[in-house]
Design a protein. Structure first.
Length: 515
């Protein structure tokens, strides 16, 4: 029996989803997650199978992912007929600033709503609130949100401050819910709660499942739930809609620009399909358990082969098996010749006929989807850097290793020094970095982005589906043909770290190892 089947048979025991609780377990608890590892992927896989993964402390950290800020906050704040309350000091709401402007770059002609407001408030907690509590402040902010915006839902995002002082959010909500029309949704995303930002996603979906999703009035057999990550762009959204519409299916995209009604009707869908399996996991499991909505988690639609299989999985659950093969054949005639041209272009760039080596900085969902895509393009990945890793993707990692061979893997969340060390020592032909995590340190070789941000509507920002496979392939070719940015960066910037650090063989030099 495969490890995946063992997990599926015992999922309720291994990864419980209990909506009677105020929130979800941490990813460390629910899935043995970690953001500290360096070594062979095969060793990480073996440790995961034998429950030996550790989430250890670093003696020195430069940065980290916040469970509340950026990752979660910018997703919730885009829900159109809701208000987000940051129950926090004012600085914790910083990621919401400018997010409306980010999405204004998406033309209305591409589906962005002509009129929209991203409404959020902060309780602006002060030192006195830490001492005496802030229940009244939260009540007043909820009332102000209702008065000012008349929303259908009010999301309350908790913070380190509310977590440390033990603020009773549910107690406050129960006192005031009957006085307002909006449904109040507490989300326990305290920054100190977990080292793994994925916990914030799970906490959000827990709140949605617990407070918003309704019993289905009827099943909509042509409706597919698709929850997408921040780093998949508007062009990816268009590509998924294009492909599924050819199968006669409609897409319920969440959470960006979703309405509360879309969240309420998640239970009516025929299927929940992933773009990122680790982001979608908790929602998919909860909808299956509570409302018997089927789901699959792998593969995401990245690259030609994985898009084929993703479409077949969608078709299996929606009764479109005959239509999907016709669609795949049609799409191959259009896109596969373009992929072959990209592969030929990349072959011409080889030195001594050696495969081009690429180093990607990824989330674990991208780890198991993009490495096979690089292999599909004829690229080689001797190593990869992932923000986190947990038991939810054990079999997927094993499939990647079986397909492309073993490789080094660094698991960390935005530790630029560790990433600089491994990049300098591996010296790949092309390094991919997340646009919001830095990492464009001086290098003689190529550094470019691994993805764009959600509001990027340019066609070459796509990565999902057939159009995305071609768009990102062309982007990679362009990165080799135009190195002016890297040249200027190398000439004009000093090294970020001392020479001894680059010469240090262990990038986890500052790990607390228990000496």
């Amino acid at each position: 029996m495969s490890n995946r089947q063992t997990i599926e048979d015992n999922y309720e025991e291994l990864f419980p989803i209990d909506l009677s609780k105020n929130t979800c377990p941490n990813r460390e608890q629910r899935a043995n997650g970690t953001n500290v590892y360096y070594g062979k992927a095969s060793k990480l896989l073996d440790d995961a199978k034998n429950n030996k993964i550790l989430c250890q402390e670093r003696k020195f950290q430069q940065s980290g992912g916040c469970v509340l800020n950026f990752y979660l906050a910018v997703r919730v704040a885009t829900i159109r007929d809701a208000v987000t309350i940051f129950n926090a000091p004012v600085g914790c709401s910083s990621s919401a600033l400018g997010y409306r402007e980010l999405f204004r770059g998406v033309p209305v002609e591409l589906g962005r709503p002509a009129q929209y407001n991203l409404n959020w408030l902060t309780t602006n907690l002060q030192s006195d609130d830490v001492i005496y509590g802030a229940a009244d402040k939260l009540k007043n902010t909820i009332l102000k949100a209702e008065e000012r915006y008349s929303p259908k839902a009010i999301f309350i995002l908790t913070s380190c401050t509310t977590g440390i002082i033990g603020e009773d959010i549910e107690g406050t909500v129960s006192e005031i819910q009957d006085k307002i029309n909006a449904t109040i949704v507490p989300i326990h995303c305290e920054g100190v709660r977990s080292r793994l930002v994925q916990t914030g996603y799970d906490a959000f979906w827990h709140g949605v499942l617990k407070y918003l999703v309704k019993e289905p009035k009827e099943k909509q057999e042509d409706l597919v739930n698709v929850a997408s990550m921040l780093s998949y762009t508007w062009q990816d959204r268009l590509e998924i809609e294009r492909l599924l519409s050819k199968l006669g299916l409609r897409v319920n995209f969440i959470p960006e620009f979703a309405t509360i009604e879309q969240l309420e009707k998640l239970s009516e869908a025929a299927l929940t399909a992933p773009i990122c399996p680790t982001y979608t996991d908790y929602l998919s499991r909860g909808l299956k358990k509570e409302y018997d909505v089927p789901f699959f988690l792998y593969p995401p639609p990245t690259g030609i082969s994985n898009t084929d299989e993703w479409l077949r999985q969608v078709a299996k659950y929606t009764g479109k098996e005959d239509e999907v093969e016709k669609l795949i054949n049609e799409e191959h005639k259009r896109w596969v010749p373009q992929i072959n041209n990209i592969k030929e272009e990349l072959k011409k760039l080889r030195v001594d006929n050696k495969k081009i080596q690429v180093l990607g900085s990824l989330g674990q969902g991208r780890l198991v989807s993009q490495l096979p895509y690089y292999d599909e393009l004829g690229l080689e990945s001797p190593a990869a850097m992932s923000q986190d890793f947990d038991d939810l993707l054990i079999d997927e990692l094993e499939e990647v290793i079986d397909k492309i061979g073993d490789f080094d893997i660094m698991v960390n969340t935005f530790q630029a020094a560790e990433q600089a060390n491994i990049t300098q020592n591996l010296d790949p032909d092309l390094t991919f970095t997340c646009p919001f995590q830095g990492g464009n340190w001086e290098r003689d070789n190529n550094v470019t982005r691994i993805h764009s941000l959600r509001g990027d509507a340019d066609p070459w920002s796509a990565q999902s589906g057939y159009a995305g496979a071609v768009a990102f392939g062309n982007f990679i070719v362009q990165a080799f043909k135009n190195k002016s940015y890297q040249k200027i960066l190398s000439e004009k910037t000093e090294k970020s770290y001392k020479d001894w650090w680059y010469q240090q063989p262990d990038p986890l030099y500052y790990l607390e190892r228990g000496e």
